[in-house]
Structures are given as structure tokens and as C-alpha cells.
Ligand binder design. Sequence first.
Ligand SMILES: Cc1cc2nc3c(=O)[nH]c(=O)nc-3n(C[C@H](O)[C@H](O)[C@H](O)COP(=O)(O)O)c2cc1C
Length: 319
Amino acid sequence: MKTSVTSIFEIDIPIVQGGLAHLAFAGLCAAVSNAGGLGQISAVTIPGGSEALRDEIRAVRALTDRPFAVNFAISTRRDIMDLVETALAEDVRIMSFTAGNPEPFLKRLEGTGVKTLILVAGVRQAQKVEELGGSAVIAVGYDGGGHLGRDDIGTMVLVPRILESVSIPVLASGGIGNGRGLAAALAMGASGVEMGTRFVATAECIAHDNYKQALVAAREIDTRIIERSLGTPGRVLHGPIGDLIIQREAAGDRDEVIRLISGKVNQRGAINGALDEGWVWSGQVAGLIHDVPTVKELIDRMVGEAEDLIRNASAAFTH
Ligand SMILES: Cc1cc2nc3c(=O)[nH]c(=O)nc-3n(C[C@H](O)[C@H](O)[C@H](O)COP(=O)(O)O)c2cc1C
């Protein structure tokens, strides 16, 4: 396949694995990159700070010689510039940023040749990234798993709005999990897709099998939005702890909400598999997840499906 995203990031298939907090380590990242997509590790949730990030980057390089990226979740609670410096020192060539103002990081990376991907959920944000010299934006719609924008714009409207507002490449994200999603994104004019939830339910992801099987069992109606009261909405799989968070939000119990949304409570579900004791992120795309394939099976299948669909769809235009 060839799109502006495959050219810029020097990959074969325009499928990017989302930065998956607590789940995106070398094994998954390398599997995605080896299958022709762009794998990522998530810098902020690798336990152990800069040294651990350096080791994880080296672990990726031991598993693949293909391009990969390091994902940075920007936080107001922690300065992450040290982690960006570590990635730079390790000669990481692609970095992605989410959940905050990317300006200081894009400024720091100016002139380094590092390619960047910035997650956005609105037109203004995307235009700002273009002004700041970002290489591409990932437009994340309301359907998606994990943290979302505040304006609740679905992928099907957000992606075309961003496409008509910027000239840098746009990847579609939120609700994509199969060849139909990939075909739709390309047909809209996006240069590729980024997927989070779908990659959780793959053999190489370290997520607990209970989490993967819950995604397989879930319908598209089985997600809820938490953290709305904090101004940082995020989509989780429906479950008792998610419900408790929403209830505590309605009661105005901010301290308890902050305690419950911690990474520790997330990991109880995502890593330990205790879905009654911890919450897990999931997009509406869970309704489209029916199995737990290897990353290569998933990517090959998506490309094959998308090719057939686009070929069939274009037949509609022949007379
Ligand atoms: C388990 C999980 C963890 C996530 N953690 C991050 C993260 O650390 N950094 C990031 O950029 N995006 C993160 N995201 C968002 C994804 O990158 C992606 O934008 C989103 O999952 C797209 O929607 P989808 O789940 O429908 O594919 C996460 C998503 C999930 C499901």
C-alpha cells in the first residue's frame, strides 16, 4: 500500500498501533512494525522512568529493524521532557503526543528530523499542529477507546472536517477495527488509521486474557464515558468500577473519582484481569471484535478486506 503516511513514516501499511497506556511494550510494538504497520511503546507508563524507557527502546530494536514510534501522554502532573530527551538520545525517529499541548515538544524536536504524530479531537487543534510543524495528525473521534475530545464528535464527521482544514496527512482513529474501517478511512481521504482497542485483543498484547475475552464478548453498546466531570472524558468497557466512577462523579465526590481513575485501578482490570475490581478502556469498536488474532493475522486480514471492499465500491462508478 502507498499513502502519504507510508511514505513519511517509511512503513508498508498505513495502520498505526495507538499508544496503549500500561499495555504498549516492545513485544506488541515490534509485532505491529514487523507486520508492516507502525508499532509504538508508551513512554509514560513504562515503570521506571528514563532508564526503563531506554531499555524498552533497545528491546524494540532487538525485535525489529522496522520503523516504530514512542508515544508520550502529556500530563500536567509530570514533566515528560526528560523522557523525550531519552528517546532523542536513543535516536528514536518517530514520536507521538497526546492529551495536552504538544507545542514545547514540537519546538524541541525542530531541526532534529524526528517525525511526529499528534492526536487531535478538533479542527483548531489540528490547525495548530500544522502551524507548529507536526508531520501528521491522528483525528480521534468520539467512538474511540481511552481519552477523547470534549466535543463528542464522531469519527465519521471529525475526520472529513479535519481533512478539509489542514494539508498535512490525517489518520482516522476511533471505531476502526477491521477492513471496513480501513477502507472507509481511505475512501474519505485519510492517509491511514490508528487503532487502540482492536490491538488490545491481539495475541501479542500483554493485556490479561479476561480483558481480551471481554472485548470479544462486548457489544457496541457496552461502553461508558468516565472523567466527564474532570474535563478529560474517556471511554471504558461497561463494568462495576466504571459505573462507580460515574456515580461518584454525579455525587461531586472529586477525591474518590481521582482515586478510582488511577493507573493502579486500571491495571487491576487490564493486567490482573480482575474486571470487577478495575476498569479498562474500550471503544465502541468492541462490538466489531470477534476474535483474538495475532497482529500479523489482523493486519493482513484488514488489508485484504479493505482491498476487496474498495474494489467492489469502485465498481459502482463504472458504466
Ligand atoms: C487501552 C487503551 C489505552 C490507551 N492509551 C493511550 C496512550 O497512552 N496514549 C495515546 O496516545 N492514546 C492512548 N489510547 C487511545 C488510542 O491511541 C486511540 O486513539 C484510540 O484507542 C482509538 O479508538 P479505538 O479504541 O476505537 O481504536 C488508548 C486506548 C486504549 C483502548
